[in-house]
Write a protein that binds this ligand. Structure first.
Ligand SMILES: Nc1ncnc2c1ncn2[C@@H]1O[C@H](COP(=O)(O)OP(=O)(O)OP(=O)(O)O)[C@@H](O)[C@H]1O
Ligand code: SF4
Ligand SMILES: [Mg+2]
Length: 381
C-alpha cells in the first residue's frame, strides 16, 4: 500500500471515548483522549496502572473486541485516513506494516508452535496482503525464501542476538524472556514501520534485562526513521526516550508538553505529584499519591483526579476541567489554569463562571485566595 505522505500529523487521535460493558455497568474508561504524533517524533504516554494506556493503544490498532468494548465517539487518523470503523481486512494493511507494535508481555506475544524464523518469514512474506488463502500459504512454505531469510537473520543480528542462526531455528519456549523480547523488537522492525508502538516493553522482565531491552530499543529507534508512541509507567524512561509527553490519568490526558518543559515546570497537580514522589524519577509512578484510580463504572462527574487532589475546590467535583492551552504546545486539564479551552468542542461545555485561579506554581500572584491554593515549600502534592 502506498503511503500518502501528505500534510498533517502522522497519527491524530481526537476526542476518543471507549466504554466496556461489565457486570457492574458501563465502564467509561477512555474519556475524550487527544493525542498527536508528528513525523519522526517519539511521544510518550505515561500513567499509572489501569489508567487506560493499553486500551488507547488497542483502539489505535483496532484490537479491541467489540463487544464488550464500544467506541461511542472519537476519531483516529493515520496520515489523514480514518481508522475507526475500517473493516478488519483493511485495518490489517496498517497493522504490522505501517504500524507495528511491541507488546507488554514477551511470554505470550510469540506463537509457541512456530519457530522464530517461521514467524519472521511470515511477516516478510505477507506484508500488505489483505487476505492469504491456504493454498497460497502452503506454497509459500516451499518457495525460495533465501532473501527473506537473510533479512530476518540480519535483523536478529541488529538486535544483538548472539547466535542469530540458532535463534532463527528455535521455538519461543527455548528462549529466555529477554531473548524473546529482542525477537519481538526484531519482528516489529522487520516491516520498517512508519509508526512503532511500544507498550511497556520489558515490564514483564527482570530489572536488569528490562534495562538492556530499553537501551536496545532506544538505539533501534535512533537508527530507524520510525515515529514512536512509547507507553510507560516510568517517567524516568519517558524522559530518556521522548520529545513529547502525554500524562494520562483515569482515561484522560491531563497534561501534554515537550518533555524538557514538562519536567522543568509540571503544571497539573497529578504530574507534580508523580514527579515529587519518585526517587530519582524512576519506577512506580503511582505509589507516592494516596488513593487510587476511580471506579470507571461511576467516575467522578467533575475532575476525575479530585478525590486524590490536595488542591481540589468544591467546583472541581462539579465541573469537568477541559484541556486548556498554557503555552505553545502545552496544555493542561485542571481548573487551576484559567483561559480558553484548547479544543473548540470543549468551549460550549466549559462554564465561564468557574474561576478558581491562575496557574499557581509558576506565576507570581498577589491574590490571597489563589495563594492559599499554592503548595508551601516542601509540602506534599
Ligand atoms: N475487556 C475489558 N473489559 C472491561 N474492562 C476492561 C477491559 N479491558 C480493559 N479494561 C479496563 O480498562 C482500564 C484500563 O486498562 P488498561 O489495560 O488500558 O490499563 P493500563 O494503563 O495499560 O495499565 P497497565 O500499566 O497495568 O498495563 C482498567 O480498569 C481495565 O480493567
Ligand atoms: S481540577 Fe481541581 S481537583 Fe482536578 S487537578 Fe485541578 S485542582 Fe485538582
Ligand atoms: Mg497496559
Amino acid at each position: 500500500m502506498s503511503a500518502d505522505r501528505g500534510e498533517g500529523p502522522l497519527l491524530e487521535v481526537e476526542n476518543l471515548h471507549v466504554q466496556f460493558a461489565t457486570s457492574s455497568g458501563t465502564a467509561e474508561v477512555i474519556n475524550g483522549v487527544d493525542l498527536t504524533i508528528e513525523e519522526g517524533e517519539t511521544v510518550a504516554l505515561v500513567g499509572e496502572t489501569g489508567c487506560g494506556k493499553s486500551v488507547t493503544v488497542k483502539s489505535i490498532l483496532g484490537l479491541l473486541s467489540q463487544p464488550p468494548a464500544k467506541i461511542p465517539k472519537g476519531s483516529i487518523k493515520f496520515r489523514g485516513q480514518e481508522l475507526l470503523g475500517l473493516p478488519d481486512e483493511e485495518m490489517r494493511q496498517y497493522r504490522g506494516q505501517q504500524i507495528s507494535m511491541i507488546l507488554q508481555n514477551p511470554m505470550t506475544a510469540l506463537n509457541p508452535i512456530f519457530t522464530v524464523g517461521e514467524q519472521m518469514l511470515d511477516v516478510l512474506r505477507w506484508q500488505g496482503e489483505r487476505r492469504v488463502g491456504v493454498t497460497k500459504y502452503v506454497r509459500s512454505k516451499f518457495s525460495d525464501n533465501s532473501e527473506h531469510r537473510e533479512r530476518a537473520l540480519d535483523m536478529l543480528d541488529r538486535v544483538n542476538i548472539p547466535a542469530p542462526e540458532r535463534v532463527f531455528e528455535s521455538y519461543p519456549v527455548e528462549l529466555s524472556g529477554g531473548m524473546r523480547q529482542r525477537v519481538l523488537i526484531a519482528i516489529a522492525l522487520l516491516s520498517e514501520p512508519e509508526l512503532l508502538i511500544a507498550d511497556e516493553p520489558g515490564t514483564a522482565l527482570d530489572v536488569t534485562t528490562e534495562d538492556k531491552i530499553l537501551s536496545l530499543l532506544n538505539e533501534m529507534i535512533e537508527e530507524t526513521d520510525a515515529s514512536v508512541l512509547y507507553i510507560t509507567h516510568d517517567l524516568g524512561v519517558a524522559r530518556q526516550v521522548s520529545q513529547e509527553i502525554n500524562v494520562m490519568y483515569a482515561g484522560e490526558i491531563v497534561e501534554h508538553g515537550p518533555t524538557s518543559e514538562l519536567f522543568e515546570a509540571p503544571k497539573h497537580p497529578y504530574t507534580r505529584g508523580l514527579l515529587d514522589s519518585i526517587p530519582q524519577l524512576s519506577r512506580d509512578i503511582g505509589s507516592g499519591i494516596p488513593g487510587e484510580i476511580p471506579d470507571y463504572t461511576a467516575p467522578p462527574t467533575g475532575c476525575r483526579f479530585a478525590p486524590r487532589c490536595s488542591h481540589a475546590e468544591p467546583e472541581c467535583t462539579e465541573v469537568h476541567p477541559f484541556q486548556r492551552s498554557v503555552g505553545p504546545d502545552r496544555s493542561v486539564g485542571c481548573h487551576l489554569y484559567e483561559g480558553a479551552p484548547v479544543f473548540e468542542r470543549h468551549s460550549e461545555l466549559a462554564r465561564e463562571d468557574v474561576y478558581i485561579g491562575p496557574p499557581p506554581w509558576d506565576e507570581e500572584t498577589t491574590d490571597e485566595s489563589v495563594r492559599t491554593m499554592m503548595p508551601e515549600e516542601g509540602e506534599d502534592q
